[in-house]
Design a protein around this ligand. Structure first.
Ligand code: MN
Length: 511
């Protein structure tokens, strides 16, 4: 039984978030993210949809065996095979949960499920009972609940509670509802199904109208005690409710909501940054809580007020979300001990092998860049932690380009100890380099996206390149590369994407 004044944070970054375009993560990346979510203090971690692919099954299973401080859930359709697979994947967790769902709106029942309402009702109850055979911790979701007939929905909710569901989730699957309506909806379902008070009611809101967080908070006011959300609000279409916004709303407006929330808010920025680094997708600068400008005060009148008293324009401190000033900490004379100390202070635990690799990289960076900031160190370390085996490694490159010549690139890569060199001409230096790498790989890969940013400020900032490639099967793989030389950063990013592709292909594949 849940503590009734606590809102359970159910994170679905690795499931609803991960299944959205451009957000796919490989096994190593999911584990790294899961460990960070554990540090962040989420209560439930939905690790994936076990039956959807062998890769998903494997990652749910591995995450279940890795995290200890949160419940680990796998999604399943209301179907025996799905539930069997979900249980097989999560049973090794310290606290496993099966999360089954079936749609309850007439639209979904008629066109997607091709089932009559009575059949859906029966299936929902029967499959909840079936899942209960495996574990007492069973969550039922009524997909598209906000567009379902209230009389029918109430019947389903009562039936699954009767069958043993301990959490009942009522998703706004298509992001259709509004805050007032969602509040009423939760009040109404509680009124119609008194037994709902004996279990945990849950909200799962999508952001199609930009209302996901507002709707989730309205649901809490209406009696929901679990909020489903994702870091940075990633997810299908316009995304899910953003975890950091829900957590900070409950924190900053604690007096208003009068509920507890177990999120360690000081881990928010690190969680957001890690996800951006893994997926290569940054949040917009004005994104609430974690955007680059969320705590920036440009206007003079604001700055003046801030200097007198920070509360004039600040409802929460940067430190409360884990935002630290980018301090100048290390340089090229800093030794392994100082580096290791800083890494630990930033909250990372590395194996000895990872530490020496990270230190090597740090030296490379420090050699070219006088001042190494925390941001640089975090990028170096985070990259080290999610490194996949290197099928290809960069040996060297020479690029010749200018506005009066056709760019040419000579790239040498190492594979299995063998040096492979190719030359290519291209439309500019990056194109020439990528074409040369393409010749070495010898597969018809398509460059789907390419971005280049600077990681910190100043003219010696690290170039942070992101490359997305598409393989023959149409699968996307993103890679990142860091260097003070932007061409080198780009080449490294391309090779990183290629290595991830080989890693995932060997691994049985992700979705
Ligand atoms: Mn969803």
């Amino acid at each position: 039984m849940a503590v009734k004044n606590k809102v359970i944070i159910f994170d679905t970054t690795l499931r609803d978030g991960e299944q959205s375009p451009g957000m796919s993560m490989n096994l190593k990346e999911k584990i790294e993210m899961a460990k960070q979510l554990e540090r962040l203090g989420v209560d439930v971690l939905e690790a994936g949809f076990a039956i959807s692919s062998p890769g998903d099954f494997q990652s749910v299973k591995t995450v279940a065996g890795t995290v200890k401080d949160c419940t680990v859930a796998s999604l399943a359709r209301a179907d025996k095979k799905d539930i069997d697979a979900a249980w097989e994947a999560v049973k090794g967790a310290a606290d496993p949960r099966i999360h089954l769902f079936i749609a309850t709106s007439s639209l979904h029942m008629q066109y997607k499920l091709k089932m009559k309402p009575d059949e859906v009702l029966e299936q929902a109850a029967a499959m909840t009972k079936y899942a209960k055979k495996y574990t007492p911790n069973v969550q039922f979701s009524a997909e598209d609940s906000t567009r379902s007939d209230m009389d029918f929905l109430a019947k389903v909710v009562a039936a699954v509670i009767e069958a043993g569901a301990t959490t009942v989730n009522l998703p706004d699957t298509v992001g259709y509802t509004t805050p007032d309506e969602h509040y009423q909806f939760f009040r109404e379902i509680h009124k119609r199904v008194p037994a709902l008070k004996t279990v945990v009611a849950s909200a799962h809101c999508h952001n199609d109208l930009g209302l996901a967080v507002a709707n989730s908070l309205a649901a809490v006011r209406g009696g929901a005690r679990q909020a489903e959300c994702t870091v940075n609000g990633i997810g299908e279409r316009a995304g899910n409710a953003a975890l950091e916004e829900i957590a900070m709303s409950l924190h900053v407006r604690k007096n208003y909501y009068s509920v507890e929330c177990g999120v360690r808010t000081t881990e928010i920025v690190r969680s957001s940054n890690l996800l951006s680094r893994i997926t290569g997708v940054k949040v917009q600068p004005n994104k609430a809580i974690v955007g680059e400008n969320a705590f920036a005060h440009e206007a003079g009148i604001h700055q003046h007020g801030m200097m007198e008293n920070a509360e004039t324009y600040e409802i929460m401190t940067p430190a409360s979300v884990g935002l630290k000033e980018s301090n100048l900490v290390l340089g090229k004379h800093s030794g392994k001990h100082a580096f290791g100390e800083r890494v630990r202070l930033l909250g990372y635990t590395l194996t000895e092998q990872e530490m020496s690799e990270a230190f090597k990289r740090f030296k490379e960076v420090a050699d070219r860049k006088k001042q190494v900031y925390d941001k640089d160190i975090e990028a170096i370390v985070a990259k080290e932690q999610v490194q996949v085996p290197r099928t290809y490694a960069l040996d060297s490159f020479v690029i010749n380009s200018g506005n009066a010549i056709t760019a040419t690139g000579v790239v040498k890569l190492v594979r299995d100890g063998r040096l492979i060199e190719k030359v290519a001409r291209g439309d500019g230096p990056i194109d020439a380099a990528f074409k040369a790498i393409g010749k070495i790989i010898g597969r018809p890969l398509v460059l789907d996206d390419y971005q280049l940013d600077s990681l910190s400020e100043g003219k010696d900032a690290l170039g942070d390149a992101r490359v997305v490639i598409k393989n023959e099967a149409g699968r996307l793989y993103s890679g990142r590369g860091l260097s003070t030389d932007v061409i080198e950063a780009s080449i490294k990013a391309y090779i990183n994407a290629v290595n991830k592709m080989y890693y995932e292909e060997k691994d049985g594949g992700e979705r």
